[in-house]
Write a protein that binds this ligand. Sequence first.
Ligand code: NAP
Length: 230
Amino acid sequence: MSHVLVTGANRGLGLEFVRQLLGRGERVVATCRHPGRALPLNRLAGEFPGRLMVLPLVLPEARSIAELVRELETLDVRLRLLVNNAGLMLDGERFGTIGLDGLRQAFETNAAGPLLLTQALAPRFDAGARIVMLSSRLGSIAGTTALHTPSYAISKAALNMAGRLLAAELGARGLVVVVLSPGWVRTDMGGASAPLAAADSVSSMLRVVDGLAASDNGRFLSHDGGAIDW
Ligand code: NAP
C-alpha cells in the first residue's frame, strides 16, 4: 500500500507534515530518533488508527537505515512521497572557531543522511513518486553574502547537490526529486521571531508538491513555488 515517509517527524516541520498528511487521508510512516519519547506522534497514531506508523531512524547510521528498509519490506510498504526533513543547525559558530566536528556532524545529518536514505529506499518508490529534500536559502551559493551558520550552509549546499544527483538518477525512472526551502519558520530551529508558522509553511510546501510535474525534477524551489538560485 502507498505511503508517505517523513523523517525527523517528532517535532517542528516534520511533525506538521505528518499532521497535515494524516488530515488529507494519507498513510504515513513517521520516523524519529526515539519513537518511545515522541509523544505528539504517538497521540496522532491513536487519533488515526492504522494510518500512522512511527519507526526509529537515526541519520546517517547505516544500520538504522537498513533496519527501517527491512521493516518497510516486511510490511510491504511502498512510497509515493519521501520528505527528507530531518536536519540540524549548530549554534554559535563564528569565523575563527569553525571546527571539524561541527562540519562533519552537519554534513552527515543534513547531506549524507538524506542521500543514503533515498538510495536505500529507491526499490520501494512507486512509479512517479516524489522526493523532497528540505534545504534552505542558506544553502544557496548564489545568495550567500555573509558568513552565517557555516557548517549548516555548507551542508545544505551539499544537500542541494545530492538532490541534483538523485534527480538525474531517479528522474530517468519517472520520479521527481526537488529541493525545497520552507522559508524562515517558527520551530526550535527557526526560533520564535521567524515570520512563518509551521502550519502555513507546510501547507504551502504540500501545495508545491501536489503541483509538481516531470519538468520540475531537479529544481530548487521556495515554499511558495518560486525558483531559488543555486
Ligand atoms: P527542528 O525543529 O530543529 O527539528 C529537526 C528534526 O530533525 C527533529 O525531529 C530532530 O530529531 C531531527 N534530527 C536531527 N538530527 C537528526 C539525526 N541525526 N537523525 C534523525 N533525525 C534527526 O527543525 P525544523 O525547523 O523543523 O526543520 C526541519 C527541516 O527544515 C530541516 O532540514 C531544516 O534544516 C529545514 N529548514 C528549517 C528552517 C526554519 O526556519 N525552521 C528554515 C530552512 C530550512 P530530535 O528531536 O531527535 O533532535
